[in-house]
Design a protein around this ligand. Structure first.
Ligand code: CMP
Length: 141
């Protein structure tokens, strides 16, 4: 089925100037960018986005990292978009990421891991609504 997923290019990848290379991977895999914005996350916005991790030991480092510089946030649309984006990203820890994945090629550590992608249809719906109004999403499905 055609799905939508929320993707974030994290501050490490923006700093490395690889936004275009990452967008090309999405497009080459048949995913369409149907909404996009660049912004700096505040502590409150990053904390709300990652609320499910708020009790985890890594949460303070995660928020510090995600607010350390601009991010690029997009909605990707396409057949099986949620799983497809997760395949393109590779494992959360770049040390475990398969060769040729975004994290294997561009990420340094489990925090500075280049990209985020929704992990389920329910998270995709919540995460897209967190950053985009319905009218901001230019669906082509
Ligand atoms: P992301 O997909 O953005 O979701 C939460 C982020 O927390 C994750 O990517 C990692 O960058 C970061 N993180 C740091 N430590 C861990 C951990 N032990 N397990 C999962 N995520 C972690």
């Amino acid at each position: 089925a055609v799905e939508r997923t929320l993707s974030i290019i994290k501050p490490d990848a923006v700093a490395k100037n690889v936004i275009g290379q990452i967008y090309t991977r999405f497009e080459d895999a048949g995913l369409r960018i149907v909404a996009s914005r660049m912004l700096r996350l505040s502590d409150a916005v990053a904390g709300g986005f990652y609320a499910e991790h708020s009790e985890r030991g890594f949460f303070p480092d995660l928020i510090a990292f995600m607010t350390s510089g601009p991010v690029v946030i997009q909605v990707l649309e396409g057949e099986n978009a949620i799983a497809k984006n997760r395949e393109l990203m590779g494992a959360t820890n770049p040390k475990d990421a398969d060769e040729g994945t975004i994290r294997a090629d561009f990420a340094e550590s489990i925090d500075a891991n280049a990209v985020h992608g929704s992990d389920s249809p329910a998270s995709a719906e919540r995460e897209i609504a967190y950053f985009f109004a319905t009218s901001d999403v230019c669906s082509r499905a």
